[in-house]
Design a protein around this ligand. Structure first.
Ligand code: MTE
Ligand code: MO
Length: 496
């Protein structure tokens, strides 16, 4: 049998893995902070959470949105802390790419070199042996290692579980939270018990990683910090004193990386958004963008209370229009088109190709809701106005002025969002004027809102006034492709 030593690739991937897993844990906590409530049902209706990590309570008789529920955790536990969901997501996704890549290298080498023997059990007898090891540990003694192998039975089983069960479990439950995956493979998400159940399971996985890390470090200390770190640094037990010093230096270096990541995220978020966002968006483009919505939830699954994000326009003009059921309101479509057009609500209602879809809404914060939306497919209107060949994006301009309408928001100015032309042409991309069979309520975007079912919720502009067809979004706002991209550093394309 292959001699189970500690080859260089194993030692290197071990420490790289420590870096990525710890980044994943802290950025994961940041993502939880933005909606620190957990549900079993995909409707995630207010008050139905089974666990909450916040003391905030929401007013009963006043409109609140889910941004009001956000928590600010300390940078000690969250990367970067302080309500910076955009930054937390960038670190989570960049780390997951690095972590999966490291994992692939590791697993390939594990099998190519025969080192897999260290983890894969040979016989059922490992279970009774592991049980007796556990009893030995409980009597505060160290059990024997398996014959010819570097670990005892319980260690071997634990490493096997973390590597071949827990790590894939985290990847699969993570993927189940992507709106594009959910939209294209609704049954895959049901397999996990639903989107919120997948989020819970992903959270349990995070706890399992934290638990494993704590016990692992404790065990290394019990078995002999110097010797075991010598194995993990030099590959043999020579110079344990030096190994102690070096192991502390490596841990210190990992902490420095965390500290720098936190600092730069808090001080230079735009740079982090541009640098990490470019890589993550490319990965999303390749893996997730081709997934097109095929959802069709049933009528009895609709949320009785669909959560809200964003505060409605607070102008007199908007209120007059609302009182008059938006009879004077017109949707303008212009920009790089052959025939600019305007549509009243009646014009839109009269378009023959009306469409209704029952779909899962994914807010970037983590809550979901199921709604039925009716309106006109956006591509029908795009075809009517005849985009010029240069047209690449659609910019949705809304009647919401965030500074005026929501003074607590992290930014000001007109709310707008940009989507790619090819998203606009998908079947489930809808301009909705009805929700659950009724005229669209004000809080959900009356008179007209966008639905793009394989993206995260913030792309779906509410209270739309104008659609501008454009070739470049860099000159608009702060140039990042939308109000939330500009002000809270999200990516422009968000299939997860
Ligand atoms: N104009 C405008 N549209 C918006 C928002 C906003 O703040 N302003 N919030 C977005 C976000 S973050 C989400 S999750 C969805 C919420 O839609 P809902 O309130 O109908 O659930 O609307 C999106 N559209
Ligand atoms: Mo959202």
């Amino acid at each position: 049998m292959q001699h189970l030593d500690f080859p260089a690739w194993l030692r290197v991937t071990h420490w790289v893995n420590v870096l990525f897993v710890t980044l994943l844990i802290r950025s994961g906590i940041e993502i939880v902070a933005t909606h620190p409530k957990f549900y079993w049902k995909d409707q995630s209706e207010p008050g139905t959470e089974w666990a909450r990590f916040t003391r905030k309570t929401m007013p009963k008789h006043k409109l609140f949105d889910t941004l009001d529920e956000e928590e600010s955790y300390s940078a000690v536990v969250a990367l970067p802390g302080h309500k910076k969901l955009g930054m937390g997501r960038h670190w989570h996704f960049i780390s997951v790419l690095g972590w999966i890549l490291t994992g692939l290298v590791y697993v390939v080498l594990l099998f190519a070199t025969g080192q897999w023997h260290r983890y894969v059990p040979y016989s059922w007898s490992i279970f009774p042996t592991a049980w007796s090891d556990l009893l030995t540990y409980l009597s505060f003694q160290l059990p024997p290692t398996l014959p010819g192998q570097p670990f005892d039975a319980i260690q071997k089983l634990t490493y096997f579980g973390v590597l071949f069960l827990l790590a894939p479990f985290q990847i699969l439950t993570g993927a189940a939270q992507s709106p594009a995956v959910e939209a294209r493979f609704p049954r895959y998400v049901r397999m996990w018990g639903g989107r919120q159940s997948a989020r819970n399971l992903h959270g349990f996985g995070l706890l399992a990683f934290v638990g494993f890390t704590v016990v692992h470090v404790l065990m290394v200390a019990l078995w002999g910090w110097g010797e075991l770190n010598a194995l993990m640094i030099f590959g043999d037990v020579r110079a344990p004193e030096l190994a102690i010093a070096l192991s502390l230096a490596i841990i210190f270096a990992i902490i420095v990386v965390h500290w720098l990541a936190t600092l730069i995220s808090l001080r230079r978020p735009r740079s982090v958004q541009r640098a990490l966002g470019a890589i993550v968006m490319l990965a999303r483009k390749v893996v997730l963008e081709p997934l097109v919505s095929r959802q069709d939830y049933s009528g009895h699954e609709l949320s009785t209370e669909h959560r809200v994000n964003g505060k409605p326009p607070d102008s007199d003009n908007y209120k007059f229009a609302a009182v008059h059921n938006f009879v004077d309101w017109e949707l303008e479509i212009g920009g790089l088109v052959r025939t600019p057009m305007t549509f009243t609500l009646d014009d839109l209602r009269a378009i023959r190709n009306r469409q209704t879809q029952r779909v899962l809404h994914n807010c970037i914060q983590g809550w979901t809701s199921i709604g039925e939306w009716s309106g006109v497919p956006l591509r029908d209107l795009v075809d009517l106005v005849e985009p010029l060949p240069r047209a690449r994006f659609l910019c949705f301009l809304t009647m919401q002025d965030t500074g005026r309408d929501d003074p607590s928001a992290d930014g000001a100015g007109q709310f707008y969002e940009v989507i790619d032309m090819q998203l606009a042409m998908q079947q489930h991309t809808l301009l909705a004027f009805e929700m659950n069979g009724e005229p669209l309520p004000i809080k959900h975007g009356a008179p007209l809102r966008l639905r793009v079912e394989n993206q995260v919720g913030f792309k779906m502009a509410k209270w739309i006034k104008r659609i501008e067809i454009i070739s470049d979004y860099a000159p608009i706002g702060q140039g990042m492709g939308g109000w939330r991209e500009d002000n809270v550093f999200f990516d422009k394309n968000v299939e997860i």
